[in-house]
Design a protein. Structure first.
Length: 231
């Protein structure tokens, strides 16, 4: 069981850790394997709008704290696009004084291009059948799950199918954890980012997660979308 409240969410989460080893070829293109791009060590240094990236060890024109000292082992050399804090996708500060930062357009590698050296060591699959009074605790656990791994060089992929009902979450549930809020009423595929935020991958509407076919489809989606050395 994952999260700070295992007793409270017992029966609400099913964590699937399956002993599968995966081997594949070396990446042959300037791309990334980890879902949030944190493993990218390529040389793209231009944002999606064409701005040149500011060097990470420079403090002009923009001052910042994304330095090698604060985010070691995250590839902050030169001015290449990186994601040192695990916030969604690759980005950089720009040399334009009027544009502080911007996302970069770097493609995700095909699964066959992701080797054991660059892809995540683990992908954790969580089947959250929590359409009951335990679901809010489960949502809170998901939001807190990976905060301690912010800036890690190779954090695990955490892929979740979470079912929600009409129960409204109260207390210290961070509504900002998921764009659009945490009060949905359907079954959603979510990716837990190293920052602790949730990224929606798909909304399946109302499905019966008691059905074994739904579990099998979820496992298949997770392994295909988030290749790793172990599951």
């Amino acid at each position: 069981m994952i999260g700070p409240h295992p007793a409270r969410v017992a029966g609400a989460l099913i964590a699937l850790v399956v002993g599968i080893n995966v081997a594949s070829g070396q990446p042959t293109a300037d791309c990334y394997c980890a879902a949030d791009g944190s493993d990218y060590r390529g040389t793209t240094a231009v944002t999606r709008s064409g701005y040149t990236c500011q060097a990470w060890d420079a403090q002009t024109p923009h001052t910042h704290d994304r330095t090698i000292a604060n985010y070691p082992d995250t590839g902050l050399d030169s001015n290449y696009c990186r994601n040192p804090d695990g916030e969604g996708s690759l980005w950089c500060y720009t040399v334009n004084p009027d544009v502080r930062w911007e996302l970069c357009d770097v493609p995700q590698c095909a699964p066959s291009e992701c080797s054991s050296a660059t892809q995540a060591d683990w992908t954790i699959l969580i089947y959250m059948l929590a359409d009951n009074n335990l679901e809010c605790a489960g949502v809170q656990d998901l939001a807190e799950m990976l905060e301690g791994l912010r800036g890690a060089a190779n954090p695990p992929n955490v892929f979740v199918l979470a079912d929600r009902g009409p129960e409204q979450c109260r207390g210290d549930i961070p509504v900002s954890a998921l764009p659009g809020g945490v009060h949905w009423r359907t079954a959603k595929d979510l990716l837990v980012l190293p920052s602790g935020r949730l990224q929606q991958v798909a909304d399946h509407g109302e499905i019966d997660m008691d059905e074994s076919d739904e579990l099998a489809l979820f496992i298949e989606r997770g392994i295909k979308a988030y290749p790793a050395n172990k599951y």
